[in-house]
Design a protein around this ligand. Structure first.
Ligand SMILES: O=P(O)(O)OC[C@H]1O[C@H](OP(=O)(O)OP(=O)(O)O)[C@H](O)[C@@H]1O
Ligand SMILES: Nc1nc2[nH]cnc2c(=O)[nH]1
Ligand SMILES: [Mg+2]
Length: 175
């Protein structure tokens, strides 16, 4: 409608870009594992797909955990958050390992933003330990262990979503 401001995507609202390289991500996952090693041992890792798959692989490798399950949740279409959809729940086998409540299970995701995704998974596994690599203030209270906090107006660019490209020199007006 005329005069109405166009709806901003989460990424547009989040003015600050925070690009993360593969190297940096690997280092941050290792740092996360150092902290988790004090909390475990864990019977299994539950990765929140898709973003949680990458840190889950690194964390499970470092902790020596070989049972990895997924909970598949879709909420953002690129950078717009819609209704949360559980595309696949936690397996019966993983549920049994966690005694039905998630005790001794480790939930891993790449980040918490509003906390909606994390909240939904916590409801499925109330006694599990929830770890993310990055956390924004709104989602932070849901997470038991994380490595880096970024401001709510930051948009994190992960290495699997980005590619190297030309950047103009500062004198030509590059930010
Ligand atoms: O705290 P929230 O506001 O709920 O946002 C955090 C979630 O958003 C991203 O997933 P996304 O839904 O984009 O799916 P993907 O992991 O498949 O990229 C991210 O990987 C978290 O799972
Ligand atoms: N890549 C990415 N996905 C998100 N989903 C919710 N917040 C973010 C973010 O900051 N970066
Ligand atoms: Mg995700």
């Amino acid at each position: 409608m005329a005069g109405e401001a166009p709806e901003l995507s989460a990424q547009e609202r989040a003015g600050r870009p925070f690009p993360v390289s593969w190297d940096q991500f690997h280092r941050d996952c290792r740092a996360l594992t150092w902290r988790l090693n004090e909390v475990g041992p864990f019977h299994a890792v539950i990765a929140i797909t898709r973003g949680g798959l990458v840190p889950a692989a690194i964390v499970a490798r470092e902790l020596g955990v070989r049972v990895i399950d997924t909970v598949c949740i879709a909420s953002y279409d690129h950078d717009k958050q819609g209704e949360l959809q559980v595309l696949k729940g936690i397996s019966e086998q993983a549920m049994k390992l966690g005694g039905g409540t998630g005790k001794g299970l480790l939930i891993v995701d790449d980040l918490v933003d509003t906390g909606k995704t994390g909240k939904l998974v916590r409801e499925m596994l109330p006694d599990a330990h929830f770890a993310t690599v990055y956390a924004k203030p709104k989602g932070r209270p849901l997470v038991d262990t994380f490595i880096t906090e970024v401001s709510q107006d930051t948009w994190i660019f992960f290495p699997w979503d980005t590619a190297l490209s030309y950047h103009p020199p500062l004198r030509d007006g590059a930010a």
